[in-house]
Design a protein around this ligand. Structure first.
Ligand code: HEM
Length: 562
């Protein structure tokens, strides 16, 4: 009798559950349809390429060469066109400076439809945050990129580059081309760890390599997810092999950063286990000056070893020591980790542990993958245009003289090299596309407008090849960046680091790193193309090459630079 009742109840329960799932599914569908209608109506006045009834433009975008496809659309549809990733996610894709200015000079939030895909990986760090929280974090972290903080990093860039170049010396002996992207990636990660997290060891460990590979996987999977409408829903995505691979790669990345990421990345509660830092509860940064690595020794700053929780605990202990506090307050420069650990908002509230981890994960990713792309594509450009390569080499050779490393003051003298770096950032922008959601309506110069809630995709790659601002846009011409030419160009025509309040916080760090690394590379080697393996541009959040960037290296033995 009991078993009959139980089975009846269970079957009722099953029925109720299926009913509930059907109702929820139905409601979700209505929501998606209404949203589609809103987005489509908003873009009514913008003609665009034909869309597939199910995939929208996603099939075109997924193909190799999609970046250049968008450039060809940009020729057809000046200013902007709708871009549909499936039937429910539609952006106005913009690539014209006045259009870009209208949106990017304001501080509209990131488009959650895309940036929420980051949450499981980098949490709610600076890249994803918006509103007052973003403002607070940005204000707290900005001193970490102050001139005084960046200065000593030049020595770090020199050392990490020399280590990579020694490795290349061996590889060059084999007299065949090799993929430089991966080695540049390891070097950039090594530099970043030393500069921002004070990681003391030289040479990259197995753990660093697994982090590097995990990030490579994560960016690939993220890009695939953005472009595949069937993966947009979290519930469905986590059930797919791609989704599970993404979670595994997140775990791998978090293992490295030491963060045991909370299950729900949205639960970043206030207050951590950090001890009070200074006498007053206000801007702790002003009172708090400790290069963390110097105080704690190498083991405390190896993120992969103790992890943030341990680091925070040790900091707490150190700060309870009065002498230590005094020492801290007498130190002049903060590194990024110092700032994170010492940060408080105006009401004295500290970053929570979840927030700390999110920022560590954000900077670990943003701080190395972007510069890797920038440096690798620059070296490719040098191989492609030997005349510019020689001119850059002559310049840096003269600046370096008989020294073997660059110093801070040298960076300002690298005029031609800087113009070449900018020209390569124009043609190969490391971040080719970024997204926003309008918080209020926008009116464009040609009289068209978009209502609040609309989604915007800024196609930096297409903007940088817009022939109305860049004559002969495919030609590599560093002189586009002479001060006179820059002065006459639209300020929103060149946006490798984005612009406006949500621009790249690390752009000065990145430019310094790119100058030192590329200058040293040019002094040690001559770079030439491998005609059998031309790179195939592929956006994976950052600009990569599907088959790597294969170059031939000829050692130069110039005497300096080593
Ligand atoms: C060549 C190198 C780099 C390029 C081209 C680049 C490009 C960009 C772009 C386009 C954005 C805007 C992203 C968006 O709107 O979604 C951005 C944001 C950001 N970048 Fe970079 N970046 C580079 C290097 C770096 C470095 C070295 C760091 C840190 C050390 C860094 C940290 C960040 C952070 C934290 C944000 C978010 C800022 C905010 O929203 O307030 N980037 N970057």
């Amino acid at each position: 009798m009991l078993s009959v009742l139980l089975s009846l109840n269970l079957s009722h329960l099953g029925l109720w559950a299926s009913g509930l799932i059907l109702v929820l599914g139905f409601l979700k569908l209505i929501h998606l349809l209404l949203r589609r209608q809103m987005l489509a109506r908003a873009m009514d006045s913008f003609p665009g390429p034909p869309t597939h009834w199910l995939f929208g433009h996603a099939l075109e975008i997924q193909k190799t060469g999609s970046l250049d496809k968008v450039v060809s659309w940009a020729h057809q549809f000046p200013y902007a066109h709708p871009l549909w990733l499936g039937q429910f996610l539609g952006f106005l894709n913009i690539y014209e400076p006045d259009y870009v200015k209208a949106v990017y000079s304001r501080g509209d939030p990131k488009a959650a439809d895309v940036y929420d895909f980051f949450l499981q990986w980098i949490g709610k760090g600076l890249l994803v945050l918006h509103g007052p929280k973003w403002y607070e974090h940005r204000k707290l972290l900005t001193p970490g990129f102050h001139y005084d903080v960046l200065k000593p990093y030049v020595a770090v860039f020199n050392n990490s580059t020399h280590a990579m170049l020694d490795k290349w010396e061996e590889k060059a002996r084999e007299d065949k081309s090799f993929d430089i992207f991966c080695d540049v990636g390891h070097m950039a990660l090594d530099s970043l760890m030393k500069c921002t997290f004070g990681k003391g060891n030289s040479g990259l460990s197995h753990r660093d390599n697994s982090y590097y590979l995990a990030v490579s996987d994560l960016t690939l999977l993220m890009q695939q997810r953005i472009e595949s409408f069937q993966y947009h829903n979290d519930f469905i995505y986590w059930l797919t092999p791609h989704g599970r691979r993404f979670l595994r790669a997140c775990q791998e990345a978090h293992d490295h950063t030491g963060g045991h990421f909370p299950q729900d990345p949205t639960t970043g509660s206030q207050g951590s286990s950090l001890a009070p830092l200074g006498p007053s509860g206000t801007s702790a940064i002003a009172e708090f000056q400790p290069p963390f690595r110097q105080r704690m020794g190498p083991q405390a700053v190896t993120l992969s070893a103790p992890g943030p929780d341990q680091v925070i605990k040790e900091r707490k202990a150190a700060l309870q020591d009065e002498k230590e506090q005094e020492k801290i307050q007498n130190q002049r420069h903060l590194d990024f980790l110092d700032i994170l650990l010492g940060a408080r908002d105006e009401s004295g509230i500290k970053l929570s542990d979840a927030e700390l981890r999110a920022e560590v994960d954000t900077f670990m990713f943003e701080g190395h993958d972007t510069t890797t792309s920038g440096i690798s594509w620059f070296l490719y450009c040098m191989a492609l245009y030997p005349e510019h390569q020689s001119r850059c080499r002559e310049e840096v050779c003269e600046i370096l003289g008989d020294r073997d490393s660059f110093q801070w003051d040298d960076l300002g003298k690298m005029t031609y090299l800087t113009m070449c770096i900018k020209e390569s950032l124009r043609l190969y922008p490391p971040v080719p596309q970024v997204y926003r959601q309008l918080s209020k309506p926008v009116n464009f110069v040609d009289g068209r407008s978009l209502p609040a809630g609309s989604l915007i995709s800024l196609h930096i790659y297409a903007l940088h090849r817009n022939s109305s601002v860049w004559p002969d846009s495919e030609v590599f011409d560093p002189l586009r960046f002479t001060p006179e030419n820059v002065a006459t160009r639209h300020p929103f025509a060149f946006m490798p680091f984005s612009a406006g309040p949500r621009n790249c916080i690390g752009q000065q760090f990145a430019m310094n790193e790119m100058k030192v690394v590329t200058a040293l590379c040019l002094l040690r080697f001559e770079f030439a193309l491998d005609p059998l393996q031309p790179p195939i541009k592929m956006p994976q959040l950052i600009l990569r090459s599907k088959n790597g960037i294969h170059l031939r290296l000829k050692p130069l033995h110039l005497g300096s630079g080593k």
